[in-house]
Each structure stands twice: as C-alpha cells, then as structure tokens.
Design a protein around this ligand. Structure first.
Ligand code: PGA
Length: 243
C-alpha cells in the first residue's frame, strides 16, 4: 500500500485528481470506478478544472459508480445520479452512454445487481476505483459484516450510515434504508484502488483499516490484500497512524 499524506483537504483533492488524470492520459479508454460523499467533491472540482483547461479528456472514459439508494429516482435531489451530475458529469466532456450507476428504482433489484456486474465485466473491468471510507469502515455501502466475496448486492444501511447521510436530507426519516452497492469482491477486482480520507473523525478508522486486523468487522481492512492501493490522507486523517 502506498500512503500519501497531504497537508490538508485541498492538497489531498489535488493529488487525487492528478492520479486520476494521469490514469486517463495513459489510457484514454479508462474504466473508472467512482464514489459519492463529501470526500471526493474536491477531487471532482479539480478534474472539472483540468478538463476545461484541456489537461484531461473524458471523451472515451467509462464510469461505474459504487452505489445508489434504493427507491430514489435518478432525478431525486438526493440520488447519487444527481450528485454525480452536479459534481462532475454535467461539467466534463464525458458521453452520457458511458456513465453507469445502479438503478435504485429497477423493477427487480436482484436482476439490476446481476446486470451491473455484467456491464462492468463487459467494459473490461475497472481500471481505477476511487473510494471514500465510512466511520464504521464501510467502502461503497458494504457495511461491517459484509462477506469479502460479495458482488453487487442490495444492502441494508447501518444506523450510523443513515445518521451520517441524513445531513443531505431534510430529516433522518427521509434517508432510504436500502441501497444497491458494488460488493467487496467487485471493488477488489479493480486493477488499482485510490482510497481518500480527510478529517480527524476518520483518523481512528483509517488506522484500523490500514494497520489493524483484516476482518469483515472493518470492511476497508480488506484493501490490505489488494496489490495496488494508493491511500491519500490529509494530516488529520493520518493523525492516528504510527509514523
Ligand atoms: P464521506 O462518506 O466522504 O461523506 O465522509 C464516505 C463514505 O461514507 O464512504
């Protein structure tokens, strides 16, 4: 695992964007795995800027997002479809047909999960997967206890996740209780992984994930088994690591 410690959130975001841009510049047909949440917002801002400046071209890039809430329509203001449009896709030269997120309103969620896996395989697999980390160690919506062999599946959100994500909704009651998420195995099959974390509140879980036992109790600890992971932290998120 390569760990890069940056001064602050802005430097973390810039560093992450440069890694993603380098990947796309070396393979314009890159298949990117993308994440939502507050953490990657700064990285997306930098990528939008680099795209406008002609430093990175998304015209042949294919994307797959980690997850989507069950029951929220694409156009729902809190859907991850909307989040991605607003933070990235509406501002770059990506082709709409190259963008993929699970459909949280599919008539059969089970079928949707299988189809999503097939689409990833059909695209040739994910070259670079961007990840954030939950306070409980989740990656995607793979909450503690999720088996490491899981593929894209329907998940019940942990209470802690519902509370954390309620900041995007009017009240915790409005947060969907379920989501479709890539599984741990889906994530681990990506050729490269980029894990981002910032802030003191992530310090403890980062220390457990990177240096603690590999256990389904801390889903992100599985990343210790992946051959090509880069972790980008700000100083606060790195503050509980032994250095
Ligand atoms: P955050 O979410 O970036 O909003 O902290 C991360 C996650 O839950 O995976």
């Amino acid at each position: 695992m390569k760990i890069i410690i940056c001064k602050n959130y802005d430097e973390m975001s810039q560093t992450a964007a440069e890694i993603v841009a380098k990947q796309i510049n070396s393979n314009p047909h890159t298949v990117l795995g993308l994440a939502t949440g507050s953490t990657p917002v700064g990285m997306y801002k930098n990528l939008v800027k680099m795209n406008k400046e002609g430093k990175v071209d998304f015209s042949n890039v294919v994307t797959f997002n980690l997850d989507e809430y069950v029951g929220l329509d694409k156009d729902h203001p809190c859907s991850y479809h909307r989040f991605m449009d607003e933070n990235l896709f509406n501002h770059i030269n990506i082709k709409r047909e190259n963008i993929h997120l699970p459909n949280g309103t599919a008539p059969s969620l089970e079928e949707e999960c299988k189809t999503y896996e097939k689409m990833i395989a059909h695209a040739g697999g994910i070259d670079l997967q961007v990840l954030g980390i939950g306070h409980n160690g989740h990656i995607g919506f793979n909450e503690p206890g999720t088996p490491f062999h899981s593929l894209t599946h329907v998940v019940e959100l942990a209470q802690r996740t519902i509370e954390a994500n309620s900041r995007f909704f009017n009240s915790p009651d409005e947060v969907p209780r379920k989501a479709i998420s890539m599984g741990i195995k889906t994530i681990m099959q990506a050729r490269k992984i980029l894990l981002l974390a910032s802030g003191k509140d992530k310090a403890e879980i980062i220390s457990k994930a990177l240096h603690g036992p590999i256990t389904t109790d801390v889903p992100a600890s599985v990343l210790q088994l992946h051959p090509n992971v880069t972790v980008i932290l700000d100083e606060d998120a790195a503050s509980a690591l032994d250095r």
